[in-house]
Design a protein around this ligand. Structure first.
Ligand code: COA
Ligand code: MG
Length: 347
């Protein structure tokens, strides 16, 4: 091991992260009742410029009044290049900062971007005397952000996760894309010519490098890597394939831009029973090996060593988190103040 110890960010389940536009308050209670692990209420690109101020008010009211029990709550602020951003941070933090877990910083480009938000959030937390400490999730979605991804990941002790924002990343790098987060049929390889035999075309994953690079930066700094959106919400198989491949590369979850994608993400990013059983057997086998003074042993005809234990422990920890979530009381939508208020208004 290196002398440099990587400390892990606060452990949270981040299998599914539901995007909810701040300008559509009618979706808020449906989001609260959903099975999403994390919810981000959006002030950025899902909200039109004329709706930004109202969306901010909606989000503040919703954070205070809706019962979000069991949800990790985040707000996506506007970019640091807009004049909306400072008020997003000041108003949301001052008026609902004690109800919030995370702030999502879009189009993070440099470490100084994170520093600037950290400075504002720290002052507001101190001034208001909040007990909770807001974490940051950064979207890597520009060429600049990807260039500086390691510095961004290390920029603040508040940092918890990196997210791959595929649509803006494609725009920034001028990549040829056809849909949000899907593959492009033109990205592939043709097998060599062999006489008259037909040649095969194998599709590749055009996002492989970007996601892998983000995963490395995240893990080297103890953060969660999370895959971003898949726009075609009527294609669950396409979503599942993209979620699977991001998981294989090390991501802990994926965004859901529609409620139908939540269950898919939760299932794909939860360890299965067979995996959990195997993890338990690995830990048992290694314990016995350690007692006998052995460093590496065989299980089911395969080598297991200290690294296998670490992987197994991560798996067991995640299984415990999921079990705890199942036991936690669900949000009670009927009791929410916002609903009661709307009912009163309607009378
Ligand atoms: N959160 C909570 N509930 C949602 C939702 C969301 N993001 N998106 C849709 N729903 C609800 C709908 O209100 C509807 O509820 P109902 O059955 O009670 O009527 C149900 O889920 C089915 O929705 P549907 O009619 O299929 O979708 P829609 O046409 O209302 O909305 C989108 C489709 C894509 C516009 C919408 O899902 C959306 O705004 N998603 C978020 C987009 C976003 O934030 N993008 C930025 C990040 S990339
Ligand atoms: Mg974006």
């Amino acid at each position: 091991m290196s002398f440099h110890i990587v400390s892990a960010a606060k452990p949270r389940l981040n299998r599914s992260e539901l995007a909810v536009p701040g300008s559509r308050p009618e979706l808020f209670e449906k989001a609260a009742r959903s099975a999403a692990d994390v919810i981000f209420l959006d002030l950025e690109d899902a909200v039109a410029p004329d709706d930004k101020e109202q969306a901010r008010k909606n989000i503040i009211e919703a954070l205070n009044d809706i019962d979000w029990t069991g949800k990790v709550m985040s707000v996506r602020i506007n970019g640091l290049d807009t004049h909306y951003m400072y008020r997003d941070v000041v108003d949301v933090m001052e008026q609902a900062g004690d109800k919030l877990d995370l702030i999502m910083i879009p189009k993070a480009g440099t470490a100084a971007d994170i520093y600037a938000v950290d400075m504002m959030v720290t002052q507001i937390e101190d001034a208001k005397g909040f007990k909770n400490r807001i974490g940051f999730e950064m979207i890597i979605e520009t060429a600049l952000g990807m260039q500086n991804v390691h510095e961004i990941a290390a920029a603040s002790p508040r940092n918890e996760s990196l997210h791959f924002g595929v649509a803006d990343y494609a725009a920034s790098t001028k990549a040829w894309t056809t849909n949000i987060g899907g593959p492009n049929a033109r990205y592939g390889v043709l097998t060599d010519a062999d006489g008259d035999k037909p040649r095969d075309f194998h599709w590749g994953d055009m996002w492989h490098y970007a996601i892998s690079r983000m995963v490395v930066a995240a893990r080297a700094n103890g953060l969660r890597p999370v895959d971003g959106p898949f726009g075609d919400f009527s294609d669950p198989d396409g979503y599942g394939a993209q979620a699977d491949r991001a998981g294989v590369l090390g991501c802990e979850g994926k965004w859901a831009i529609h409620p139908s994608q939540i269950a898919l993400a939760n299932e794909i990013y939860s360890p299965g029973k067979a995996e959990i059983d195997k993890a338990r057997r690995i830990i048992r086998a290694m314990k016995e090996a350690t007692q006998k003074g052995q460093g590496a042993v065989a299980l089911d005809g395969r080598l297991i060593d200290i690294a296998s234990i670490k992987q197994a422990e991560v798996m067991i920890q995640k299984a415990r988190q999921i079990k705890a979530l199942d036991k936690a009381p669900a949000a009670k939508p009927k009791a929410t103040k916002a609903k009661a208020r709307r009912r009163t208004k309607a009378k």
